[in-house]
Design a protein around this ligand. Sequence first.
Ligand code: ADP
Ligand code: MG
Length: 462
Amino acid sequence: MDKNNIKKQNVYISEEEKTIDWNEIQNAFKKTFGTEIFTSWLQKITLIKEYNDYLILGVPTRFFRDWIVSRYLDKILEQVRSFKLSLNRIEFKIIEESSRTQDVVKIDELNKVTEIKDSILNYNRLNPKLNFSNFVEGKSNEIALSYSKKVCEHISRYNPLYVCGGVGLGKTHLLNSIGLELQSDNNVMYISAERFMYHFIKSIKKNDMVNFKDFFRKSSVFIIDDIQFIRGKESLQEEFFHTFNSLMDKGSQIIISADRTPMKLDRVQDRIKSRLAGGLVVDIEIPDLDLKINIIKEKILEIQNQFKEKIDLSDEVINYIANESKTNIRELIGILNRVIAFSRVHNKILTVNDCKNILKDVFSQIRVVTVDKIQNIVSNFFNIPLSDMLSQRRSRPLARPRQIAMFLAKKMTSRSLPEIGRRFANRDHTTVIHAVKTITRLSEQDDEMKKNISQLKGLLLE
Ligand code: ADP
Ligand code: MG
């Protein structure tokens, strides 16, 4: 595999960069959010790393992160993008208060060390808070959980173990728990498919493939998260296939997660699919009411222990939250954090009605506005067939609505630019950036456009 081969492909590479001035962004935060929110939340965020398309920001606690994510993420992203348009994602890293300054120094030092080492310390670190003891069992995850535990007892019996399920249902939590359980007696490697690719590309550029291969092939337990990321990336698949085979040959345990079953991994080589399906495939399903309630209770206990305070939520309120959150567990926890923060600030025991008010905008945003809905409403609004709007044709009467739909998808959903591009007949993320810029400009200059956008927003939030 040589450099030229890689270049031909449409892979998305993240390179570390240093172009933004964090102080400047902090000042902008202060203006946008006001002093109160700024000093209690945003000021405490630090910049850890900057890449071409995303930032890694440091926050003091997990609760802090969940709170920021559930309330301010969209605005934060919008703000940082006004400084650097290519950013489309923010990752948070939790830095314990006491070791914060120390950590930042460490990361600076790390830049001088080899990239592979960098990966172990920064990205392969297992999160001690995602373990078996705080993974709540329910009907939707009992099989996945039980085999995850069995893998820990009998290495290589179920090989590979392939855990699949929709977003936010607990895959990363399970994989992480397995890693923690096995790490004392094994050489555990835990990495997301995206990071795997990052190191793969880096090693090719540095002409250091030998090191790369050695590094990944020496593990006795290899855990790779979100394997669907390799779809459509030929040379990455090639490398993954060899890594996979060589690990299997030496009897290492492989654990994989994905958002779909192996056979549904389109644009993945057949030989890889059948390898992935060759061990045991377990599924995590949408949680039922019981599980959601139990998870809420578990989280309340965790927060109480962490903050040493009593959290009073009535069964009625817990039931309400569990019933309202329909999509996934990550959303459920985000909502719970919101409710708890509200009761903390207002120092009162909440009623179901209070919750309804607190969550009104969360639900309308999370649940109602999807890329599909935007596409349907926009094509109806301009009276053009949806298939034409999504087609490759570039005539103005189709191109404008298409750009408007992309713009709305960026503004009203949490989808990333590449994800939005894919939903528009596999367009590139730069096309989406261009659409967002164009429509932003037009809606400032052109009254007709301004009116259309505001009507469309109204229709979408109805
Ligand atoms: P995925 O990787 O499938 O997208 P995650 O593992 O990141 O999902 O889970 C999302 C959030 O929900 C995490 O905070 C995780 O700890 C929590 N979570 C998911 N399932 C459970 C469970 N069964 N018990 C406790 N917490 C859970
Ligand atoms: Mg995950």
